[in-house]
Design a protein around this ligand. Structure first.
Ligand code: PLP
Length: 384
């Protein structure tokens, strides 16, 4: 099997599996308990928080462990709206049209609840223009959400430029869904002025059901859950100690590996695209480097249904996906590709190949050979 669906989920790193197993076997007391075993669990969480803080160059008190990026994004969006709702004044929020469902659907829901929301379109590369963000800001704007790397196309958003615009509006929080960026492209939370930053464990060789929200100190935020005082009160509930320790390890490995991963992935991407570009009728939906992260390639074969291509590849042992895993079962044109291209046929035929630095040149040769066979097999059927 050749797995090229790393943006949907990644195989856990062997060190992560080992660490999680050890913690599950040995450190099972409740971290809030006052006995020594509880203290040992608490210490593991404290150390994991420091590891994350060091890897991301933030302060340990800014790390909130969650159950994954969906929760982190919900906490960022609804938690910010709630923090500002106290005096009952109307507020305004800004979001890009290409966010992952775990951000986009939060805004849709806030809109239904009466929040004033501006959706920012993207250009043909899938990128937001910082000037459009600035033009949308109003006196009562409380937050801007723009993701780092798009999970369907790999489009890279100009976060440093958006951060620089937002530095002139200190009351506007800057929220970034960083899930697809960490370990693949550089990120600088402080330098770019990011106030709220979400990550997911299972996209970087960590465990599923683990994530973080970085909340810069003093950024207004209210919790979504109420209960104990865990995670500085922002995320009550007994901590997932093995998950937290495994996640911290995965974050450290991803951050350390980023520069070499980038070089390797750029070369694999170029190699794959060189071959794929010879196939007809191919349309490349991902922008070129440096406007895209190197691990995601999104292509369409207009006239060939993406599900048919994906299943034909699977019969040859190649795993790729249509759209993102969360929306692929809806059988609707991709919202992201529609926002980029306004072309329903292209948006209905997108295929996502998502690589990992563990892929080899031989894997790319196998992948492109399978694409060649499948498109040759399907092309006559198109003409009928
Ligand atoms: N944000 C992006 C960009 C994603 O690709 C995903 C993955 O599905 C998520 C958020 C959600 O992450 P999780 O599966 O940890 O809830």
């Amino acid at each position: 099997l050749l797995y090229c669906d790393h943006s949907a989920s990644t195989p856990p790193h062997p060190d992560v599996i080992r660490t999680i197993t050890e913690v599950m076997e040995q450190v099972y007391a409740n971290p809030s308990s006052i006995h020594q075993a509880g203290g040992q669990a608490e210490q593991l969480i404290r150390r994991a928080r420091e590891v994350v803080a060091r890897a991301l160059n933030v302060h340990a008190s800014e790390v909130i462990f969650t159950s994954g990026a969906t929760e982190s994004n919900n906490l960022a969006v609804f938690g910010t709206a709630r923090a500002h709702a106290i005096d009952g004044k109307p507020r305004h929020m800004i979001v890009s049209e290409v966010e992952h469902a775990s951000v986009y659907e939060c805004y849709k829901q806030l809109g239904r609840e009466g929040m004033d929301i501006t959706y920012i379109p993207v250009d043909k590369n899938g990128c937001v223009q910082p000037e459009q963000i600035e033009a949308a800001i109003r006196p009562h704007t409380i937050m801007v959400s723009v993701m780092h790397v798009n999970n369907e196309t790999g489009s890279l958003q100009p976060l440093a430029e958006i951060g620089s615009v937002l530095s002139r509006y200190p009351k506007v929080s800057f929220h970034v869904d960083g899930v697809q960026g960490l370990g693949k492209v550089p990120v600088d939370i402080r330098q770019w002025g990011i106030d709220l930053y979400s990550l997911s464990g299972h996209k970087i060789g960590g465990p599923k059901g683990s994530g973080i929200l970085i909340r810069r100190r003093e950024v207004p935020l209210k919790p979504l859950l109420y209960g104990g005082k865990q995670e500085h009160g922002f995320r009550p509930g007994t901590e997932n100690v093995p998950g937290i320790v495994g996640l911290a390890k995965a974050i450290r490995l991803a951050a350390e590996g980023q520069p070499s991963n980038y070089e390797k992935l750029v070369s694999l991407r170029e190699r794959a695209l060189k071959q794929l570009r010879t196939l007809k009728p191919l349309v490349n939906n991902s922008p070129d480097i440096p406007l895209a992260a190197p691990h995601i390639i999104n292509i369409s074969f207009p006239g060939m249904k993406s599900e048919v291509v994906v299943h034909a590849l699977e019969e040859r042992g190649i795993i790729v996906s249509t759209q993102s895993a969360c929306s692929s079962k809806m059988h609707k044109p991709s919202r992201v590709l529609l926002a980029m291209t306004q072309d329903t046929s292209r948006a209905s035929s997108g295929i996502r190949i998502s690589l990992d630095a563990s892929c080899s040149e031989r894997d790319i040769a196998r992948l492109t050979e399978a694409f060649t066979e499948v498109t040759e097999q399907l092309r006559p059927l198109m003409k009928r």
